[in-house]
Write a protein that binds this ligand. Structure first.
Ligand code: FES
Length: 102
């Protein structure tokens, strides 16, 4: 499947999360101070939509029960989630933000 362009850097400001359908998955793209990270948009606790959570620094808080994940490593750092979310490689080329879901 290779690299898929999913967003434009110029329209995805720092501190925002956008959600994208890629290869049948829902991917949350997080802009942390100009660096982009892509994670599964599904909380590992009970399926909450992480794109609707709050992004503070590199932590996203699930809107359902407050678990927090490090968007860079995927690690669950605050209960009730204990399992990490999957992360995906991101590449920025010019204004294009691309993700690889293989
Ligand atoms: S579904 Fe995310 S913390 Fe419960």
């Amino acid at each position: 499947m290779g690299w898929i362009r999913i967003a434009q850097r110029s329209t995805t400001p720092p501190g925002t999360i956008t959600v994208h359908e890629v290869g049948g998955r829902r991917i949350a793209l997080c802009n942390v101070n100009g660096r982009f990270y892509a994670i599964d948009d599904v909380c590992t606790h009970d399926g909450g939509p992480l794109d609707q959570g709050v992004l503070e620094g590199n932590l996203v808080e699930c809107p359902r029960h407050g678990a927090k994940f490090d968007v860079e490593s995927g690690r669950a750092v605050v209960l009730p989630a204990v399992r990490p979310v999957r992360t995906y490689p991101v590449e920025v080329e010019g204004d294009d933000v691309k993700v690889s879901v293989e």
